[in-house]
Structure formats: structure tokens, C-alpha cells
Design a protein around this ligand. Sequence first.
Ligand code: HEC
Length: 106
Amino acid sequence: MRKTTFGGAAAAALAFALGAGAPALADEDWEFAPLPRGEGAEDTYYACIACHSLRTVTNGAYSRRVWDELLDWMVEEHGMPELDPEEREIILDYLATHLGEDSRDG
Ligand code: HEC
């Protein structure tokens, strides 16, 4: 067999592309998809899936303050059960970090 370095270089390039460029939303092995991976994703998933797709959530890219208001709106207008303060913090941290106002990918 002829020796070549091509395979190794291609594999390295692929590994780089996967690591650096793969969009989080295409991560299909992730059980809480389409939510981006991160601490609080599980709480967010179960709090929001009762009524609508998580796409409704990932379509948003808001500041923490706006997410906070959105949660109030879910409770007041749409009948979402009030979250306990600890869980609300976890979910707000998650939303502001992973679906924050500057997280919109072009
Ligand atoms: C009790 C039902 C209910 C729950 C639970 C719920 N929502 Fe909603 N949500 C709605 C309804 C109804 C709408 C409006 C119709 C639609 O877009 O499906 C909505 C719409 C939205 C929208 C779109 C707002 C817009 O700009 O139009 C966002 C963002 C959202 N919800 C976020 C969340 C998040 C985050 C959670 C979990 C923390 C959540 N919702 C949980 C009922 C709910």
C-alpha cells in the first residue's frame, strides 16, 4: 500500500471543522435538542415543552430582562405554572447565556 499523509490531514481538518464550526442546533444526539447544550437546558426543556415546541424558544434571542418578561407573559397570559424562584433563576441563566440577545447566529 502506498503511504500518504492525506488521510491524516483530512481527518484533522474534519475534526477541526466539527469542533469549531458545528452549529449547536444541529446536535441530534442531544436529548434536549433543539436547545443548545448547557447547564439548565433540562429544566428549560421540561418547563417549556408542555405547550409549544422548543423551536419557539430557540427562535428567540433576548436579553435576560426580556426573557424575564417573557416568562411573566407565559405565566400571566398563557397559563404557565409559576416557576419556583430557584428554578426560574436556573432557566433565566440558561436562556440569557445560550439564547441571549447576541447569540443569534447569522
Ligand atoms: C402553559 C403553556 C406555556 C408554557 C408552559 C410555555 N409557554 Fe411559551 N408560549 C405559550 C403560548 C400559548 C405562546 C403563543 C403561541 C405560540 O407561539 O405557540 C407562547 C409563545 C412563546 C414565545 C414566542 C413569543 C413571541 O415572540 O411570539 C416564546 C419565546 C416563549 N413562548 C417562551 C417560552 C419559554 C422560554 C417557556 C419555558 C420557560 C415557555 N414559553 C413555556 C404558552 C406556553
